[in-house]
Ligand binder design. Structure first.
Ligand code: 6PG
Length: 226
């Protein structure tokens, strides 16, 4: 099932989803970049009970967890540290280096969710080049078929630091994938990902949960090329 919602404030729509999933004790994957910050801030205001939920991450930059480029630091500041009843948080340890961090996170996912893990809700942004998580166009991690988590030695975009990322095999096993997209600079990427036909070179076009649903929350500017 795929549903595209063009709304004035996609961040608010995503915050609602996050809070509802948290109350259900879901395994929730947060993402990085700048777009989700507003959604996280709204979810923090909603202050749902996250104590039965587990928070994971879609990707991380290989920097210490208090670095300005850290996705964990952003989520921690905007949301996690502000909750009265915080979740269990499974952070990607980017500071270990991309390969070691990927190996450690893969082990963590398998330990908690088994060898065929299914996240309940995976939140993703999209880059202007249609990348998702840290799966960049033309990079080998995009074609991963076995590992759930990959190290990314060469990022395709700023900040140009190595990354750690969930791979398509695990993203596409999710029960729900929610894209949060805003701004005219994302219009082309959204068109490539969800237009008819989608562009197979666009990483976001390969996010197609086999047994799950995709929700796209976009503002009008981002949805212009759909
Ligand atoms: C990251 C992200 C990445 C992000 C997109 C969109 O670590 O950079 O997880 O996939 O979602 O690049 O980022 P913006 O919201 O900043 O445009």
């Amino acid at each position: 099932m795929r549903q595209i919602s063009v709304v004035e404030d996609p961040g608010a729509a995503v915050a609602e989803r996050l809070s509802a999933a948290a109350e259900e004790g879901a395994h929730i994957v947060l993402t990085g970049g700048s777009t989700p910050r507003g959604a996280y801030a709204i979810a923090a205001e909603q202050d749902a009970d996250w104590s039965d939920a587990t928070v994971w991450f879609s990707d991380e930059r290989c920097v210490p967890p208090d670095h300005p480029d850290s996705n964990f630091a952003m989520a921690q500041r905007a949301l996690l540290s502000r909750l009265t009843h915080p979740p269990r948080v499974m952070r990607m340890e980017g500071e270990l280096g991309h390969d070691a961090a990927a190996g450690a996170y893969e082990a963590l996912v398998r330990e908690h969710l088994g060898n065929d893990p299914r996240f309940d809700l995976v939140l993703l942004g999209i880059g202007p080049d249609a990348h998702v998580a840290s799966l960049f166009p033309g990079k080998p991690e995009l074609d991963e078929t076995g590992r759930l988590v990959a190290g990314v030695p060469l990022a395709g975009m700023e900040p140009q630091v190595p990354r750690v990322t969930l791979t398509l095999p695990v993203i596409n096993r999710a029960r729900v994938v929610a894209f949060l997209v805003s701004g005219a600079d994302k219009a082309q990427a959204i068109g490539r990902a969800f237009g008819d036909p989608p562009d197979p070179e666009a990483p976001a076009a390969r996010v197609r949960p086999g047994d799950g649903s995709i929700y796209v929350f976009a503002d009008e500017a981002a949805a212009a090329e759909l």
